[in-house]
Write a protein that binds this ligand. Structure first.
Ligand code: MSP
Length: 666
């Protein structure tokens, strides 16, 4: 049976400067999706490239005293380097300056002209002489009541130029009907409404599609003083790259129509109005979907070189590797919505999601299998606790379908959230099953075996499912887990839970994602990642203050016993425990100190514990600590816990059974 095909594209980017984290965002999204489909057995095709023509490039090259092609060649080479660094596996990289593209653009333009879709007329507009640019009335900026060039801010003059125009209006009703009857065509759906309300229903203007004043472009072959300008040139890339219109159009036959064009929201209009009309005029089917994603902002602003607030991926990758950045980009904001890039949010995610949640789960699982079973995944036994084991097994078994549902909607962040729910559940499963207690009792060995198997299998599922987003991490996890068989690393192997073979030899390795010191890293990054930041940025988008962390105290070499006894440490029973509203860190405890009464303590351990599970447990508390307000709540003491340096896991200090509530510890 022939494999199902999947064709995905990014916009072709302007090589007017180096690619930023914003361009990287779209490209990583496309790569993640292509990898996901490939993993599922689709015959995928992933296209990206560069849009190299036009006045802006012409100007930039002139400024640097090089030819346009010399200028773009350098940036294109650097772009390809960046995609290699990000482990982007595109199938083709199209450049609009390539002959294979230009020839077909000419053919398309001629066909439009011959069938009457394009006509020649005078173009009337406002002209900016220094920029050599025409602007329509709506494009012009307003400066103290004067219409000025939106690029340079200088006044424009009325001017006429001979141009070719595309009769967009002819196709307007057809397109309205198409969009209304194909609700999946434009996603997210609100963007379809924007197109209908703002552009289509008010009536389409005919589009100017050639220039005589711009030379850096595809010449109109039947009227050489004209250059194709510029969307007909750019949009055609999605089919010229497949060999459309040539004698070798096998790829076109196989992959067109595209399954999805990923684009930033600012170019949805071109992809959902001009492009469908062009395709329809050519008698070709439309792409199945155009997805307009949101912007990655920096501070409150869209990143732009002119604003000087650009973030480049290279310094981030150099310091932390590719996978954390790819993970962050796909996880931080829902695909479709805008989001802010900050170094702090990146570093916080690295610690919380990667070091704590995922990294800990893998290292704890492997370490425990080493400790209790000599490093071999044990065989399944009869000692099942259905109430504890089945929910985890069922949740994990359902995970591939949950991830698939989200990925089909291009909801990368939600797909990762689903995976992280299972990771979180595994970490709780460890707390509940308490393998360290089972390990002490030889009679509980069978039970411990199942606990270890369940964890190892969940780790295997996780490793497979994060692969499209984080291409390097699965291999590192499989190496620690001892899963070498490629079949067990595949999507297909996730059809049933429990496949990890007994006897699989685990190998404890380095921490996958060592915990980082956020404050220190913030400092280090502010040198590299924001090298283009201008002074003024500070006022516009003040960086959030780094979170204040408890510094490790400088311990004196020794203290007297009296000094120690100044601390009143008591055993306390958790009566109530709940998350503090609007805080992702704090838990609020109501504690009983037996005959010493009750008190409230707030503790920053939310991410390590499920509050419900702590109720009834005994903890150790410093009770004569000066009270402090945390998130508006008066905290009367401090709960003692230990933080592992290596894997970042946190453990509450616990007391032996029989300790009275309120008993003094010391
Ligand atoms: N050349 C046109 C596209 C032609 S497609 C037939 C173009 N190029 S561009 O270099 O300006 O790239 C814009 C695209 O880059 C956006 O649509 C988006 O995919 C990506 N992004 C660039 N900066 C971005 C952000 N800050 N945030 C999100 N996406 C960003 O437009």
């Amino acid at each position: 049976m022939e494999k199902k095909t999947y064709y995905i594209t990014t916009p072709i980017y302007y090589p007017s400067g180096n690619m930023t984290i914003g361009h990287t965002y779209t490209t990583v999204a496309a790569d993640t999706m292509a990898r996901f489909k490939k993993m599922q057995g689709y015959d995928t095709y992933f296209l990206t490239g560069t849009d190299e023509h036009g006045q802006k490039i012409e100007k930039k090259a002139a400024e640097q005293g090089v030819t346009p092609i010399e200028y773009v060649d350098k940036i294109v080479a650097e772009t390809k380097e960046l995609w290699k660094l990000m482990d982007i596996q595109y199938d083709d990289f199209i450049r609009t300056t390539e002959e294979r593209h230009m020839k077909i653009v000419q053919k398309i333009f001629r066909k439009f002209y011959e069938q009457g879709d394009i006509y020649k007329a005078e173009y009337e507009g406002m002209y900016c002489t220094p920029c050599e640019s025409f602007w329509t009335p709506t494009q012009l900026a307003d400066k103290d009541g004067v219409k000025v060039c939106p690029d340079c801010g200088r006044p424009c003059q009325p001017m006429r130029e001979e141009s070719y125009f595309f009769r967009m209006s002819k196709y307007q009703d057809w397109l309205i009907d198409y969009i209304e009857t194909h609700p999946d065509f434009i996603q997210p759906a609100k963007r379809a409404n924007e197109m209908l309300t703002n552009f289509l229903r008010p009536g389409l203007q005919d589009l100017c599609v050639s220039r005589t004043s711009v030379k850096w472009g595809v010449p109109v072959d039947f009227d050489e003083k004209h250059t194709v300008y510029v969307w007909i040139d750019a949009l055609s890339n999605y089919i010229t790259a497949l060999g459309y219109g040539t004698d070798h159009d096998e790829l076109y036959q196989k992959y067109w129509p595209a399954d999805v064009h990923l684009v930033g929201k600012e170019i949805v209009r071109f992809h959902t109005i001009y492009w469908p009309i062009m395709l329809h005029a050519l008698g070709l089917p439309l792409p199945k979907q155009v997805f307009g994603h949101g912007w990655l902002l920096f501070g409150a602003d869209r990143m732009s070189k002119s604003k000087g607030n650009v973030v480049y991926p290279e310094p981030i990758v150099a310091r932390y590797g590719v996978d954390p950045l790819r993970y962050y980009l796909m996880r931080e904001m829902p695909f479709g919505a805008d989001g802010n890039y900050t170094n702090e949010s990146f570093l916080t995610r690295m610690n919380a999601d990667l070091a704590n949640d995922l990294g800990n789960l893998v290292s704890r699982t492997v370490a425990m299998i080493e400790k209790y079973f000599g490093g071999e995944v044990p065989a399944a036994t009869e000692a099942v606790d259905p109430e504890v084991d089945l929910p985890l097994q069922q949740h994990c078994a359902a995970l591939p379908a949950l991830v698939n549902d989200q990925m089909d909607k291009l909801q990368f962040s939600q797909a990762l959230t689903e995976i992280w729910k299972v990771i979180g559940e595994c970490n709780k499963y460890i707390d509940v099953t308490q393998p360290w207690v089972l390990g002490k009792d030889p009679e509980k060995r069978d039970r411990l075996a199942n606990v270890m198997r369940n964890l190892a299998e969940c780790v295997r599922f996780t490793a497979v499912l994060i692969g499209p987003t984080m291409p390097y991490t699965p291999a590192r996890i499989f190496a620690q887990l001892g899963v070498e068989d490629p079949e067990l690393q595949s999507w297909d192997s996730l059809g049933a839970f429990g496949k990890i073979p007994a006897g699989t030899k685990v190998h404890k390795g380095e921490a996958l994602f060592p915990r980082i010191d956020v404050n220190k890293e913030l400092e280090a990054l502010s040198g590299g990642a924001k090298e283009e930041k201008k002074e003024e940025k500070k006022e516009k988008a003040p960086e959030k203050k780094p979170e204040k962390k408890h510094e490790e105290p400088e311990y004196p070499a020794e203290i007297s016993i009296d000094e120690f006894f100044r601390c009143k440490i008591q055993a306390a029973r958790v009566l109530e425990c709940e998350k503090v509203e609007k805080s992702s860190k704090l838990l609020k405890f109501r504690l009983s100190l037996g005959k010493d009464g009750e008190r409230t303590v707030v503790s920053g351990i939310q991410k390590y514990y499920d509050p419900e599970k702590l109720v009834g447990r005994q903890v150790a508390v410093i009770t004569n600590l000066k009270s402090a307000k945390l998130a508006g709540i008066e905290s009367q003491g401090m709960i003692l816990s230990a933080l592992n340096e290596e894997d970042g896991a946190l453990h509450l200090v616990s007391l032996e059974e029989g300790t009275e509530d309120g008993a003094i510890i010391g």
